[in-house]
Design a protein around this ligand. Structure first.
Ligand code: PXP
Length: 242
């Protein structure tokens, strides 16, 4: 059964709306941990639009669960990861104008850089996950260049409108999971997952971690982040029991 990493970026998004010092992502991380989250995920973007350098430093010192740092493969950010040493990095593509991470990392075309980043992370004992769409070539490239894990992009599943479309995306994700496991990698999933669409993903066997942000942070405005996290874990557990 999969476990939950809460992506707390949007706590920092609210803080940055006023360039203030609250709400504090470090406090949010502790609340998620008290709710039973497996880990905390944050994306240190090059434009620092939400999480900043100090956040990742303090989070590294205070997180008692798993710290999963999402990041691009830009040299500046890679060096920060080497200094911070989170337990895991999830490599993502990054575009300046995007609202959130769009598409997956192209492991085929950035192979040489991927191999180099994997080597540098492994030198510090950091697990490497690549955020990819479940295409065979991408999965094979992630394995070839040494990734320990892949995070399957669930965005298209989340956006699917018809039952047929939803079914097809689930089958595609399942095939990606199977190939990832066959290639010896751990398989995670995330993006666009909500309290409403989590069921079939939580029910999918052999997914290790689910990374969920926006939906949990949105709900937390009404019920608090500890309760919002508990509710998501409850759903994952309920659908994940076979
Ligand atoms: N996984 C990855 C790699 C992401 O980039 C994001 C968004 O930051 C998420 C998961 C979480 O997506 P959402 O906020 O839609 O739950």
């Amino acid at each position: 059964m999969a476990v939950l990493n809460v992506n707390i970026d949007h706590i920092a998004t609210v803080r940055q709306a006023r360039h203030a010092d609250e709400p504090d992502p470090v406090w949010a991380a502790a609340e998620c941990e008290l709710a039973g989250a497996n880990g905390i995920t944050t994306h240190l973007r090059q434009d620092r639009r939400h999480i900043n350098d100090r956040d990742v430093q303090v989070l590294k010192e205070t997180i008692v669960s798993k710290f999963n740092l999402e990041m691009s493969m830009e040299e500046e950010i890679v060096r920060i990861a080497e200094g911070i040493e989170p337990q895991q990095v999830t490599l993502v593509p990054e575009k300046r104008a995007e609202l959130t991470t769009e598409g997956g990392l192209d492991c085929v075309s950035c192979g040489a850089r991927l191999k180099e980043v994997v080597r540098r992370m492994h030198a510090r004992g950091i697990l490497v996950s690549a955020f990819i769409v479940p295409e065979k070539e991408q999965i094979a490239a992630a394995a070839r260049f040494g990734c320990d894990a892949i995070e399957l992009h669930t965005g298209q599943y989340a956006n699917a409108k018809t039952e047929k479309d939803i079914y097809q995306h689930l089958k595609w994700l399942e095939a990606g999971r199977d190939l990832g496991i066959k290639k010896g990698m751990i398989v995670h999933a995330g993006h666009g997952l909500t309290y409403r669409n989590i069921g079939p993903i939580a029910a999918m066997e052999d997914l290790s971690e689910l990374n969920i942000g926006h939906s949990i942070i949105a709900r937390s405005m009404f019920v608090g982040i500890r309760e919002a996290t508990i509710e998501m874990i409850r759903l994952i557990d309920k659908f994940g029991k076979h």
